[in-house]
Design a protein around this ligand. Structure first.
Ligand code: NAP
Length: 461
């Protein structure tokens, strides 16, 4: 049934800025959002629905017909319907014969059915050309236009021409199609939106494990030890003091762990004399989650800044300050300014501020909307050169702050090193190894290997 006369225009053959007519089966959330976006991009949209009643929710300029009528108006039909209702399509087999059917469906569970929804659709309607697409885009993102971080649309299908037609639509909507091959890839594409932070799993577990370890390490040395041997109840350290020790330590170690796999990769390439052999699986996986490790490190650095900013208003700190002032007043003696301490304190603050600034810069450039706007060289400059500079500043910040305890026997409670010493192991190792790698006698062969040179070529000319 026609909505209004403008719909006749909407379904008219291609004029100068009109694209072809596309049919969408289903007037649910996704069907409406996609239809709206398609009309904005110049397509004529005709809906196939169980009810041809006009509703305010249907995009203006779209037509709503029965499934059979709508299918006859377009060569491409987008099936915006849950898989469990697909059998209503079987009686339409004749009308759908030779048409391109776009399966956009998702499931509720990983590997819910033995075959993918797209393959199931192809089995139901053998005379059609089924293409899987759009399932990783949400109706909300389509409607609100917040697609900046998720412009990629995975597309797969057995018919190359049909796949190209769908990829043209994806392009026209301002999205980026990514050809994943034949319909066999549909299962993987359908599982994709159901995965729970796959690339965040390892960084999350690692961060949780290390945070727990350092928290209990500080608890043992700063609260339990002082309670047992000094009879001081510092249990309130749990709220701010200990988190403010753990956060910078975590930020520094995780930042170093972002750069450590690159160092391992360089050593492996130098040892093998080629870049054409795969890295071990653990290294590949580690390299792939560097961005996530860096973002978690940034979160810890941010928390450290906040915890530090509230330090002056803490009751314990005001008590300690006034105790110092009263003791000077009672002794009638003003302690002279210790210039070395003043230098150390200002230097570690300055190093921390610079390190944090670079840290934030690294975080911002890793956002897709920013990284898409810088070229590869600029991205590498920020992530590698400025990243190492951030690591140097943050390591120096910790060294200047914690260095004074290295030689003090009182810092070795229960013969254990101070947390700051532990936190410096990985960053210092990374910086020393990086320093070795930039020596010309090491850097030159490494650069040649990365340009394709091989020590023992497999295929000699
Ligand atoms: P929905 O709001 O529930 O809409 C589904 C539509 O299917 C209904 O509006 C109805 O349209 C039609 N339908 C329902 N029962 C039917 C039946 N027995 N026979 C024939 N048609 C029937 O669902 P949705 O959120 O739009 O999702 C539709 C598909 O898109 C699903 O496969 C989903 O996995 C996929 N998807 C959704 C999103 C999202 O963000 N929502 C994202 C990616 C993929 P009519 O009343 O017009 O017939």
């Amino acid at each position: 049934m026609n909505k209004n006369s403008s719909n006749i225009m909407a379904l008219a053959p291609n004029t100068s800025n009109k694209r072809e007519t596309v049919c969408i089966f289903g007037t649910g959330d996704f069907g409406r959002a996609l239809g709206h976006k398609m009309i904005q991009s110049g397509y004529s949209v005709v809906y196939g629905s169980r009810s041809t009643q006009i509703s305010n929710l249907i995009p203006k300029d779209a037509e709503v017909l029965s499934h059979a009528e709508a299918a006859q108006k377009a060569a491409i039909i987008i099936i915006a319907i849950q898989r469990q209702h697909y059998n209503f399509l079987t009686p339409l087999a004749e009308i759908l014969h030779g048409k391109v059917l776009v399966d956009i469906s998702n499931n509720l569970k990983l590997n819910q059915y033995p075959e993918s929804n797209a393959e199931y659709l192809a089995q139901l309607l053998p005379g059609t050309k089924v293409v899987k697409a759009f399932n990783t885009v949400s109706a909300w993102a389509l409607q609100s236009g917040t697609l900046d971080a998720s412009r990629q649309v995975f597309v797969c299908g057995d018919d190359v021409e049909a796949k190209q037609m769908v990829m043209n639509i994806v392009h026209a909507l301002g999205l980026t199609p990514l050809d994943k091959g034949s319909l066999l890839a549909a299962q993987e594409i359908e599982n994709y939106p159901l995965q729970l932070f796959p690339s965040w799993r390892f960084p999350m577990f690692l961060s949780l494990g290390l945070t727990a370890f350092f928290f209990f390490y500080c608890l043992a040395l700063d609260v339990i030890y002082t309670y047992i041997y000094e009879n001081n109840n510092f249990s309130f350290f749990i709220a701010i003091t200990i988190p403010n020790r753990v956060c910078p330590v975590m930020a520094l170690i995780l930042l170093a762990l972002v750069y450590l796999p690159g160092i391992f990769a360089a050593i492996i390439q130098l040892y093998r004399g080629t870049k054409y052999r795969r890295f071990p699986d653990w290294l590949d996986k580690w390299m792939l989650c560097r961005k996530q490790l860096g973002l978690i490190a940034l979160a810890f650095a941010f928390l450290h800044v906040v915890f530090t900013l509230v330090t002056p208003i803490r009751a314990f700190v005001s008590w300690r300050t006034s105790k110092g002032i009263i003791s000077q007043a009672l002794n009638n003696k003003t302690e002279p300014l210790n210039n070395t301490n003043a230098w150390l304190s200002d230097s570690y603050l300055a190093l921390g501020i610079l390190g944090f600034f670079l840290f934030v810069l690294l975080g911002i450039t890793s956002l897709p909307s920013v990284s898409n706007n810088v070229n590869w060289r600029e991205f590498r400059f920020v992530q590698s050169k400025l990243g190492y500079l951030a690591l140097i500043f943050c390591t120096a910040h910790t060294l200047v702050y914690g260095g004074k305890w290295f030689l003090s026997p009182s810092a070795y409670k229960w013969y254990l090193p101070n947390i700051y010493m532990l936190s410096l192991i990985v960053p210092c190792a990374v910086l020393v190894l990086k320093f070795v790698l930039i020596f010309p006698c090491v850097d030159k062969p490494l650069t040649r290997i990365r340009q394709g040179w091989e020590r023992n070529p497999k295929y000699s000319e």
